[in-house]
Design a protein around this ligand. Structure first.
Ligand SMILES: C[S@@+](CC[C@H](N)C(=O)[O-])C[C@H]1O[C@@H](n2cnc3c(N)ncnc32)[C@H](O)[C@@H]1O
Length: 258
């Protein structure tokens, strides 16, 4: 049985003020990021708890707050993997058995593959797979066969806003249903949802998202919708990181009572 949800507030100091995130993206040769497909994302998400360690040993600040047992000897699917940091940290610093990272942006998948090589993994290491895909395509989870084997844990970090704005309430409901079917009993989904107030900025930048935005009735962190499909909240960690105020929610697929 899942334990009662615990609540803790953890604050990570903001990096020293320099360029705005928007300016950094432009500097990184990206003019548009309609899916949150920022390049060099980790240059403005500096939430590590070990800033003085060599970069490869700096565990992502969000992962450092989670029970390492969630990852140890488990197979992770990191959705919206960007340049692969969460997946590679889980494998190399938290002892995951294997990791698959998926991103809609082929350039970011290239970045992730490069990052794996830079962190000492062979290009044909069977414990790692980075793949370009839009996970919101109908039937994607049903068709997805990760080369790394059966997935136990899924991370959805700082991506729900983009999935919601592009795919609407029905897309999110379908995603949660698919995740529940995709995972085995005891499987875990860890969500770091963007706050509702944060949606407006994306819509302001991208007019194409306005029509869907107006139709949205669901609100992050999608508590009722996750419960409805059968997940149980095991832990909720409130968190501040610079301008990012996003909790971490650990949801588990439990055996249904008969
Ligand atoms: C804001 S970044 C977050 C990166 C990473 N998850 C983290 O929090 O460290 C969101 C990522 O999700 C990816 N993404 C957005 N929509 C997607 C989709 N439908 N399928 C796969 N990846 C997607 C973007 O390309 C981007 O790399």
């Amino acid at each position: 049985m899942a334990s009662e949800a615990a609540h803790a507030v953890v604050a990570t100091p903001a990096p020293p003020p320099s360029l705005t995130n928007s300016a950094k993206n432009k500097q990184n040769h990206r003019q548009e990021w309609p899916y949150g497909n920022y390049r060099s994302y980790y240059s403005f998400r500096s939430g590590t708890t070990q800033p003085d360690a060599p970069p490869a040993d700096q565990l992502d600040g969000r992962l450092s707050l989670l029970d390492p047992a969630l990852f140890r000897e488990k197979t992770l699917l990191d959705i919206g993997t960007n340049s692969g940091k969460i997946a590679l940290d889980a494998l190399l610093l938290l002892g995951a058995r294997a990791v698959a990272g998926v991103d809609i942006d082929p350039l970011l998948i290239e970045d992730a593959r490069k990052a794996a090589l830079e962190r000492g993994l062979a290009h044909d290491d069977p414990r790692v797979e980075f793949r370009q895909a839009n996970v919101m395509e109908e039937g994607w989870f049903e068709r997805f066969e990760p080369s790394v084997g059966k997935v136990d844990v899924v991370t959805l970090f700082s991506i729900t806003k983009w999935l919601h704005l592009h795919n609407g309430d029905e897309g999110m409901r379908r995603l949660f249903r698919s995740l529940h079917t995709f995972l085995p009993t005891d499987g875990v989904v860890i969500v770091e949802p963007q706050e509702w107030d944060n949606y407006k900025r994306a819509v302001k930048r991208n007019k194409d998202l306005r029509e869907t935005f107006k139709t949205l009735e669901l609100r992050p962190p999608f508590d009722a919708e996750m419960r409805e499909v059968g997940f149980v909240l095991e832990e909720q960690i409130e968190r501040e990181e610079g301008g990012f105020s996003r909790p971490l929610l650990v949801w588990r697929k439990v055996k249904r009572a008969v």
